[in-house]
Write a protein that binds this ligand. Structure first.
Ligand code: TXA
Ligand code: MG
Length: 327
């Protein structure tokens, strides 16, 4: 038995909220990627997430909250966090904040750290589910450890071999890349993951932000480690040609390269970065099907959302074609 896809009717959403309240797992859509949720205040339930993902070790998870939920009980919200929450929540911005001394969030959800990642998603179905669950929901991306983040319900079913897992269907994720992660647990703000809320936008509010992704000496977020996103095929970035047996990930006009490629997946024919982000994980997944020897990826401009896209592509290329345990 595999996971089961549920249409997002009120009755199904209510059932899923009950499952969460009872300590079970539910996969649900957000605007970024699908999440695999569990009650963030229930140690046993959160442990179930790690088991379902087959994670070789504990990664700290994001606690998802409904709009307007009071979070001061869980984490320390300072003026910087308050301002960003007012500007960007609900939306694809995760804040890493200090846990309160008696935070009811499980230590497992922050993997034993004294900080906790938290975000309020903008997806309507996610919000309904969170409201009905009435508590914060810990949720990593709903894929097996080391896999590509799912952006459709079918991806979740393909990626997680969990019998009977309810997957609330919410269509294709509009953002398609995981949320921006900003660490505000210390004095100095640190960007831990690029996403749809751009570093420049955050710097307009906070001033200069250190980018941990260019400071590899101090990796803090396991998600930023290079070995993370991992299709099984070798990936070649910034390709201006296609080699024998390669599939092509296009961006903008592919200029005749389609004839040389085993298959083509164009992220955006018009060269639109937002559309490309939304299609990225589906492209990696679709081409990783055994029909090709590798994947050539056309250059994506490193501006705006292109920075986050290139970050994910770079990780995919670093880890691609390898097997064995990885995050
Ligand atoms: O868009 C998203 O953020 C999706 C959807 C489902 O909300 N979730 C997601 O979760 O991408 P996950 O577990 O795949 O990634 C969470 C990231 C990881 O890079 C993790 O290391 C980082 O956030 N993180 C979580 N808690 C942290 C903490 N206390 N300190 C530092 N990094 C943390
Ligand atoms: Mg993930």
């Amino acid at each position: 038995m595999s996971p089961k896809i549920l249409q997002p009717t009120s009755a199904n959403i209510a059932d899923c909220a009950e499952i969460l309240r009872g300590g079970g797992l539910v996969a649900f859509p957000t605007e970024t990627v699908y999440g695999l949720g569990a009650d963030a205040t229930n140690e046993q339930a959160v442990a179930g997430i790690y088991a379902a993902k087959g994670r070789p070790r504990f990664n700290p998870l994001i606690a998802h909250v409904a709009p307007g939920m009071e979070i001061d009980e869980f984490v320390v919200v300072d003026a910087r966090a308050r301002t960003l929450m007012e500007m960007y929540w609900p939306g694809p911005l995760t804040l890493v904040l200090k846990r309160t001394p008696n935070s009811p969030l499980t230590l497992l959800s922050s993997a034993g750290l004294d900080s906790q990642a938290i975000r309020c998603p903008s997806h309507e179905i996610a919000q309904s589910l969170l409201v009905l669950a009435g508590r914060p929901i810990a949720a990593p991306s709903a894929n097996r450890s080391g896999g590509v983040s799912p952006t459709t319900p079918v991806h979740v079913v393909e990626s997680l071999d969990v019998a009977g897992l309810p997957v609330l269907a919410g269509g294709k994720c509009t953002v398609g890349l995981e949320s921006t992660v900003l660490d505000l647990s210390e004095r100095e703000p640190v960007l831990l993951r690029h996403g749809a809320i751009l570093k420049e936008e955050l710097e307009d509010v906070l001033g200069v932000i250190r980018d941990s992704l260019v400071d590899e000496n101090h990796p803090k977020s396991p998600g930023q480690l290079l070995r993370h996103y991992a299709p099984s095929l070798p990936i070649r970035l910034n390709a201006d040609d296609v080699r024998d047996g390669e599939a092509l990930i296009g961006f903008g006009p592919v200029l005749g390269l389609e004839h040389k490629a085993t298959e083509v997946f164009n992220l955006s024919e018009t060269g639109d970065l937002v559309q490309a982000a939304a299609n990225l994980f589906a492209a990696l997944r679709a081409l990783d099907n055994g029909k090709s020897k590798g994947i050539a990826v056309m250059p994506v401009p490193n501006v705006g959302l292109g920075v986050a896209i290139n970050d994910r592509l770079h990780r995919a290329a670093t880890d691609s074609g390898q097997s064995g345990p990885h995050m």
